[in-house]
Write a protein that binds this ligand. Structure first.
Ligand code: AMP
Length: 364
């Protein structure tokens, strides 16, 4: 029996475990929180990510280790990788944890992206604002997620405020993209190099947090997004699932960022695709053949942010599937999601609208 270690015990770990148990796999989850929701159905090593004794235990108990978030200390990953296969390889994590190295990789691979410049002083911020013009987006190079560590500069006076707020750490300034839509492509690569992609998702964010993701099997940008994802996966000799977030602006497709893991915009694949992103990630890291990523029906996911509607209200919608992560409600926290999945377009649209209004009524 194969045992898979997961570094990080949030909802992504939970859904990986839920996908892997029917395949006869065992899981060990490393997370410092005693109530880590990803530890349900797994053995829980309740220790900090940089605890060497816990990392040694994880390596000893597992045949292969994966991770569910980016901000794992590099030394911890190196310590693990010296003892046990880690997929995706820590190189992917090292590149994607820093927006500058990530964007440099995209540029090197001929992938179109917004203008960006490294910023390390107020003078350099002023100089690059002169190049990008306003508006522009100042971002921390590391540790940013769900729109945190970002400041949109709209007027010259914002330069000072943005520098006061973010200037203590390395930054990048990006040109502001007046996008028509945000999309993502979720892709998986097996150990022997086979790549499959799911239909792209069209994503809606509010205050930097994903609220809704909808499968778009016929989208005109799908092919280009898939080409970009393949280039990155091949360059990094990647194993597992990766997501690429992109902006559609006119007829241009610009890459925003990559996530070296399963992704919130791919949650609809649990019900909406032949094989979910979670199962295919597990298959890839276990060294098994990938499953079909086909998805013809209509599918969309709505996140529950801060609070969730009652289970009774959600489950009263007949084509809706509920995922309650078992997390304590807190403002801005992702505590669950629901997926609408239907072959009938009109039914799908109506149930999605009802689900969205249930979620919006309690979100905080
Ligand atoms: P990020 O953390 O880079 O994924 O950014 C979070 C969200 O902020 C994105 O999903 C966009 O909605 C918005 N955003 C980020 N960068 C830009 C940009 N350069 N121009 C316009 N909007 C952006």
């Amino acid at each position: 029996m194969i045992t898979i270690g997961i570094v990080g015990g949030g909802q992504l770990a939970r859904m990986l475990v839920l996908a892997g148990l029917p395949l006869g796999l065992r899981f060990v989850v490393l997370d410092p929180a005693a109530d880590a929701c990803g530890a349900a159905g797994a053995e829980h090593l309740c220790s900090p990510f940089d605890d060497r004794a816990a990392l040694d235990q994880l390596a000893q108990r597992c045949d292969v280790v994966t991770y569910e978030f980016e901000n794992i200390p590099a030394e911890a990953m190196a310590h693990l990788a010296a003892q046990v296969p880690v997929y995706p390889k820590p190189q992917a994590l090292a590149i994607s944890r820093d927006r500058l190295t990530e964007k440099n990789l995209f540029r090197e691979l001929g992938i179109d992206l917004p203008a960006y410049f490294a910023v390390d002083s107020k003078a350099s911020l002023e100089a690059v604002v002169a190049l990008t013009g306003l508006p522009a987006v100042l971002k921390t190079r590391t540790l940013g997620y769900d729109g945190k560590g970002q400041f949109v500069l709209r007027t010259a006076a914002d330069v000072d405020t943005a520098w006061q707020q973010l200037g203590k750490v390395p930054l990048i300034l990006e040109g502001f993209v007046p996008f028509d839509r945000e999309i993502s492509v979720v892709a998986v690569r097996s150990r022997d190099g086979e790549v499959r992609t799911w239909p792209i998702s069209e994503n809606v964010h509010q205050a930097g947090i994903l609220r809704q993701a909808r499968s778009m099997p016929e989208d005109a940008f799908a092919q280009q997004a898939g080409v970009y994802a393949r280039r990155i996966l091949q360059r990094l000799d990647y194993v597992g699932v990766m997501a690429l977030e992109l902006f559609c602006v006119g007829d241009r497709l610009l890459v925003n960022e990559m996530a070296p893991r399963v992704h919130n915009s791919g949650h609809w694949t649990i019900e909406g695709a032949a094989t979910s992103q979670f199962e295919n990630h597990i298959r890839a890291v276990a060294g098994w053949p990938l499953g079909s990523t086909a998805a013809q029906d209509h599918a969309a996911m709505v996140n529950f942010i801060g609070a969730a509607p009652t289970s009774e209200a959600v489950l009263a919608l007949t084509d809706v599937h509920l995922h309650d992560y078992g997390k304590a409600p807190r403002a801005g926290r992702k505590i669950g999601h629901a997926t609408v999945h239907s072959v009938d377009r009109l039914r799908f649209e109506s149930q999605l609208a009802q689900l969205k209004s249930l979620a919006d009524a309690v979100a905080c």
